[in-house]
Write a protein that binds this ligand. Sequence first.
Ligand code: FES
Length: 104
Amino acid sequence: MKFTLRTRLGRAVTVQSPDGVSLMEAIRASGVDEILALCGGCLSCATCHVYIDPPFKNRLPPMSEDEAALLDTSTHRNEHSRLSCQIVLTSDLDGLEATVAPEE
Ligand code: FES
């Protein structure tokens, strides 16, 4: 699948990714160095925060209570926020657009 990532500097990067990896892993593999992912995807750091473009929000798996609670610790949370380590990429999400959230 393919997705477009907007970096904090406003650069749009098209990323080709195998299905089954997390959005966080795909961003890190793409060479964009703006996602720290300090906890490695175990839902305890919120440094993988992204904004998902509205057309794709309803295609994502629902947010768990733990993800919502962790996002609440971010001053940059908005209605488009998700933690990219919690989104598994599949062909259903082909064309996804996301933006890296500001650093805390
Ligand atoms: S990588 Fe730590 S919460 Fe996503």
